[in-house]
Design a protein around this ligand. Structure first.
Ligand code: BTN
Length: 272
């Protein structure tokens, strides 16, 4: 594992310039950025760093992950120099039940940043998959840890930027995509990271100071799940019904025909 110095080039942007922008303009997120050429997982490192001295809002970025992790203990394919892999360490003053706000907030920032920089009509599939049409372009893994009686959250973000379909393992080719595959254009990972972190910093400030309502509204603007008939795999349970909204805690409201079921986590498949 090697930490590169500040003047390391990430795409065409120096980590230094990148940092300067965030250090000057952000409130919490990105005042400290650690960049690695190759590590197992930015989330795993972030979980370790919680126990060491670090700034709230520290960002860990890697050029490559050797053991990238997805939701439900899946792997996250993370080849070098292709995509964006980063994690942010936060210690929000939120109760455990409100930590789902962080997941919806992160999805909003990912979708807005990509929409701002590309012509893609990206949307959010509940709770936090970033999709184009039905294909997955990015994913978010939120992990929490309590250390010395303080709750920490790690926001892990993976965005497929310049990943070519033929470079993807065969088993994900039909379900995954990348910004390059959808637009035919090579994008700067650094520019996407910068835009995303700025947006995340803004939404995090809103969440801490004004609550969840605004984020919920923006999430509802950006989602493609609500109003659709879906199947949700939640642990060993499978539910089908019409997604009709999210509640004030970020839980999915599913109309099963008989009643409205609240679902806290799961994998959604759009049926129609
Ligand atoms: C998902 O399954 O949809 C979530 C994928 C999250 C992947 C990112 S890449 C950066 C961070 N480090 C990891 O090991 N995972 C997350």
């Amino acid at each position: 594992m090697r930490i590169l110095n500040d003047a390391t080039l990430f795409d065409e942007i120096y980590i230094d310039d990148f940092k300067n922008d965030l250090v000057k303009n952000s409130k919490i997120i990105g005042k400290e950025i650690l960049y690695f050429e190759s590590i197992n997982s930015t989330n795993s490192l972030a979980l370790k760093l919680i126990e060491t001295s670090h700034k709230d809002g520290t960002v860990i970025i890697a050029n490559e992950q050797l053991a990238g992790r997805g939701r439900f203990e899946r792997r996250w394919i993370s080849p070098a120099k292709k995509n964006l892999y980063m994690s942010i360490i936060l210690s929000p003053e939120l109760s455990l039940k409100n930590l789902s706000f962080l997941s919806l907030m992160t999805a909003v920032s990912c979708a807005s940043a990509i929409r701002k920089l590309t012509p893609l009509n990206v949307s959010i599939k509940w709770p936090n998959d970033i999709v184009v049409e039905e294909k997955k372009l990015g994913g978010i893994l939120i992990e929490t840890k309590t250390y010395k009686e303080k709750i920490y959250a790690i926001l892990g973000i993976g965005i497929n930027v310049n990943f070519k379909r033929l470079e993807m393992p065969e088993d994900i080719r039909d379900f995954a995509t990348s910004i390059m595959e959808e637009t035919g254009i090579t994008y700067s990972r650094a520019q996407i990271a910068l835009e995303l972190l700025k947006d995340l910093d803004r939404w995090y400030y809103i969440l801490l100071n004004k609550g969840f309502e605004k984020i919920k509204k923006e999430w509802l603007n950006l989602t493609s799940t609500i109003g659709r008939f879906i199947r949700v795999m939640s642990g060993s349970d499978i539910y089908t019904g019409k997604a009709i909204g999210i509640d004030e805690e970020g839980m999915l409201l599913l109309n099963t025909g008989d009643f409205i079921r609240k679902i806290s986590s799961g994998d959604v498949t759009i049926l129609k």
